[in-house]
Ligand binder design. Structure first.
Ligand code: IYR
Length: 221
């Protein structure tokens, strides 16, 4: 027996009926999730964010290297700096870099270069992918599958925040390197995504869009 192994405890096999019920209930919860762009300025409990980040930290990762780092931002000066830098990139995007085809694809979402939510929402979570770390001996330790792993952790975080009753927006200003400078992150990290978190504003509206059906997303062989 490999000395690194311990028994799988806490796993309890469920009946088919129970699994079907649980998976339905979870789908019913998750299909209510909507990406929100109109946020209330109301504060949210810090403990909820911390709990949800712990859920994100349960994600599987390449060689269990857990190649992610989350920076939570509530400070209004930092939020303003992030908004200013993001809007600068977004103006370049909407005024040319995106190109007509991309802008046409985004049209139903109603997005533009103005990102007031970066100041209005109570919490921003900047998610970093750690491509490598410098270990205690000063050597570079490469992380495997850091992008995939950070994507999975981010998915769990969005799920956990929705389950807790909070709204999110996955914001990807491009390029996002300003986040590294403003938040003073080390060389091995690459900004992955900026998650905007809070309550929806009263009367918030969302795009009239739908998800693909099961038949469109699944091939059964
Ligand atoms: N990053 C820009 C543009 C944008 C791109 C995609 I793909 C979206 O799904 C939404 C927006 C912005 O945040 O406006």
């Amino acid at each position: 027996m490999n000395k690194h192994f311990i028994p799988l405890s806490n796993y309890k096999r469920q009946s088919s009926a129970k699994m079907i019920d649980s998976s339905k209930a979870f789908y019913d919860l998750m299909k209510q999730r909507r990406t929100v762009r109109d946020f209330s300025t109301d504060a949210i409990p810090a403990e909820v964010i911390d709990q949800c980040l712990q859920t994100a930290g349960t994600a599987p990762s390449g060689a269990n290297q857990q190649p992610w780092h989350f920076v939570t931002i509530t400070d209004s000066v930092l939020k303003s700096k992030i908004r200013e830098a993001a809007e600068e990139e977004e103006r370049a995007f909407y005024e040319g870099r995106a190109g007509e085809v991309w802008l046409d694809t985004l049209e139903p979402l109603g997005t533009d270069a103005a990102k007031p939510f970066l100041e209005q929402a109570p919490v921003l979570i900047a998610i970093f992918e750690q491509k490598y770390i410098i270990d205690d001996n000063g050597d570079k330790l490469k992380h495997y599958y850091s992008k995939e792993s950070t994507g999975i952790a981010t998915g769990l975080l969005i799920t956990a925040l929705h389950n807790a009753g909070l709204a999110t927006l996955t914001h990807t200003p491009s390029p996002m390197n300003f986040l590294k400078t403003i938040l003073d992150r080390p060389d091995g990290e690459r900004p992955f995504l900026l998650l905007v978190v809070g309550y929806p504003a009263d009367g918030a509206k969302v795009p009239n869009i739908t998800k693909k059906s099961l038949n469109e997303i699944r091939t059964s062989l």
